[in-house]
Write a protein that binds this ligand. Structure first.
Ligand code: CO8
Length: 257
């Protein structure tokens, strides 16, 4: 597989890709080159038929401390506007396969936004989430102001965005920003990824698609989209196998078809 400089990739199970952000000296600050490598690794995993789910993590000290401030500091409006600065960040949200973020330590600015772009966030008790951009004269630019409103509501989002205060793992869990707080967060995320990979992959991808549609659609449209997608799954072998196996009191053997 490809050699990278700012990330590590591994396969803790034949069905799972683990991507580890790896710029320890910069607390995994998200430089442009890191993001290009990350997107490449994500799309490679998304295209690999053996892979059912992806885990994204950082180090114990930092998931990612944000966009690379040293890279950004001297840029002008004309540079960032004309060159679509950081626009490729959104590509993670186009993956079909689920991505689980395993967050320890700092998830700040773009790091918090990166976690919010994934499908499920597991946090270690050491995790700290924040949108500290206000302290350096800017605001979130990687979706934080929008995705946080959906995740935790307006008042908490305003507090995070306008004060820059860091939120503990426990608060993030109470607020519904993460699905749970757990020790051994990478191990737990890989376990969850293996479990998801054991399901019928068409149903998994359809499940991700319909949940994400809730961000974009009215309730009536979303309900219709869910039902249509549900109906569509009756065209798959996995639906026949899943229901037959239940009736025959055995484990299903999904063929992802
Ligand atoms: N960028 C570049 N370098 C960083 C960053 C960063 N975001 N964060 C930390 N580093 C570097 C430090 O400069 C330091 O390097 P050096 O050793 O060369 O001085 C090294 O990492 C270690 O950091 P500290 O010495 O500061 O470690 P501490 O434990 O004292 O502090 C903190 C840890 C609190 C995390 C501190 O490093 C910090 O405040 N970092 C910046 C956090 C921040 O402001 N993040 C937001 C950045 S802005 C952003 O993310 C906008 C996203 C826009 C997305 C747009 C998409 C379209």
């Amino acid at each position: 597989s490809t050699q990278y400089e700012s990330i590590l990739t591994s396969r803790p199970h034949p069905s799972v890709t683990l991507i580890t952000l790896n710029r320890p000296k910069a607390l995994n600050a998200l430089s442009t080159s890191l993001f290009l490598e990350l997107n490449k690794a994500l799309f490679e995993a998304d295209a690999d038929p053996e892979i059912g789910a992806i885990v994204l993590t950082g180090s114990d000290k930092a998931f990612a401390a944000g966009a690379d401030i040293k890279e950004m500091k001297d840029k002008e409006f004309s540079d960032v506007y004309k060159n679509k600065f950081l626009e490729n960040w959104g590509e993670l949200a186009r993956l079909k396969k689920p991505v689980i973020a395993a967050v320890s330590g700092y998830a700040l600015g773009g790091g918090c936004e990166l976690a919010l772009m994934t499908d499920i966030i597991l946090a270690s008790p050491t995790a700290k989430f924040g949108q500290p951009e206000i302290n350096i004269g800017i605001i979130p630019g990687g979706g934080g102001s929008q995705r946080l409103v959906h995740a935790i509501g307006k008042s908490r989002t305003m507090e995070m965005v306008l004060t820059g205060r860091m939120v503990t793992a426990q608060e993030a869990e109470q607020w519904g920003m993460v699905s749970r707080v757990t020790e051994n967060v990478v191990e737990e995320a890989v376990k969850m990824a293996i479990e998801i990979s054991s399901k019928g992959q068409i149903a998994v991808q359809a499940g991700k698609e319909v949940v994400n549609a809730a961000y974009e659609m009215s309730l009536a449209e979303g309900l219709r989209f869910e039902r249509r997608t549900f109906h569509g799954l009756f065209a798959t072998k996995d639906q026949k196998e899943g229901m037959t196996a239940f009736a025959e009191k055995r484990k299903p053997e999904f063929t992802h078809s």
